[in-house]
Design a protein around this ligand. Sequence first.
Ligand SMILES: *Cc1c(COP(=O)(O)O)cnc(C)c1O
Length: 405
Amino acid sequence: MISKKVLMTRNSFDELILPVYSPLPFVPVRGKGSRLWDQTGKEYIDFSGGIAVTSLGHCHPVLNKTLKKQSKKLWHLSNVFTNEPALRLAKKLISSSFATRVFFANSGAEANEAAFKLARYYASQTHHAKKNKIISFYNSFHGRTFFTVSVGGQEKYSNNFGPKPLGITHALFNDIDTVKNIIDNDTCAIVVELIQGEGGVIPATISFIEELRELCNKYDALLIFDEIQTGVGRTGKLFSYQHYNIIPDILTLAKSLGGGFPISAMLTTNKIVSIIKPGIHGTTYGGNPLACSVAESVINIIDTKKVLSGVEKKFKEIVYELNIINKRFQLFEEIRGRGLLIGIVLKSHCSNKIHKILNSALLEGVIFLTAGHNVIRLAPSLIINKIDIVEGMQRFYHALEKCYV
Ligand SMILES: *Cc1c(COP(=O)(O)O)cnc(C)c1O
C-alpha cells in the first residue's frame, strides 16, 4: 500500500485534538538554538522556551548526540530493572544538591504527586494518620493531576471535577501570618514555589522562605520546594533554593531538567525515605534510559560557571533592552523575576491588550508567554545569544509600535 503524507495545518488541530489548548496560529516545524521556523518558512525568535523547558534551546548538538547514542543502546526497561543512565543522573543530582535520594517520573505533576504522597505517608508512619494536612498558596501551580491541581491555588483548574481530596489549605504567598493562622500539629507539609511561575512570575521573599522553614521545624512538617519551573539553572544557580540558603525536605524538578525530553525528579533525604518499602509508589516510565541520558547531558552543560553566570548576564541584557522599550511606550509597571524567568507586568490601563501585544509580536517574529492575567513571561534558552536577545527585543519594539502608534 502506498502511504500518502497528508498535509496537517493549524486547522487540523481543531478537528483532531481535545480543545484544552488554543495553540498559536502557526505550526513550527524546525528549531535551532533560540530560533523556530513554521510551515511557511517564517522565522521566529523564541522567548517562550517551550514554557521554561528547552533550557539549551532547540536541537542542541550535544543533546542530539546523546539521544542518538543512547537510542542505539537501550530505550526502555521498566522498573523491573535499574539502568546506568538513571543511576548516573541520580548520582549527579545528589552530588550537586542537599538530597541523598531521588525518584524519577515523567512530568512535573507526577513529581509533585510523589512528593505529596511521600509527605503524607511519612507523617502517617512517624506520627499518626491524622497528620495529613498540606498547606500551599493561593495562585500557586503544581500540575494537573487531581491531587496536584487541588493543592494548587487556582480554583479555575480544580473546580467541576467532583469531590476534591481533603486536608488541603491555602495561605497567602509571601504572607507568613496567614500560614501561622492555619498550621498545626496535623500539618504534614508546606509546598511552595520559589518563584510563582504560572501565577505571574512572583519571587518568594527570603524572610518568607526562612520563616516557612522555621514553622516546618516547629510543627514537624516537611518543606517541599516545587522547583519544576525554577530549577536546573533557570535562575542562575543550579537550584533556586541556593539563593535562599534554606534547605527543603523534598524538592521537585521537571521542565529544564530534560531540555525538552520528558522527565521529572523528586529529590529527598535518607531520613524521609527510611520509612519506604517497595510497592508504595511507582511509574512505568520513570527513570527511562533515553530521558535520563539526555538529562545527564543537560546538567553537564548547565552546571558550569559559564552557563550559570551567563544567565545573570542575559537577565541584565534583556532588562536593559526592556527599559529602553518602556522609555518609549510607558506600558510596563514592573519587570520582575530572576535569571531567565522574567515577568513584564503591564500597567493596568493596557492589561486587556496583552493578547493584542503578543499577537503583534508574533507577526514581527518574536514569541512570548503570559503568566497570570497581566504579565508577559519570558523563559528563553539559558544559552540564548546576544544577537537573538537584541534582535528579539527590536522585533518587540516594532510590534509595540504597530499596536500603539
Ligand atoms: C509546569 C509546572 C508544573 C507541572 O508540570 P507538568 O510537567 O506540566 O506536569 C508543576 N509545578 C510548577 C511550578 C510548574 O511550573
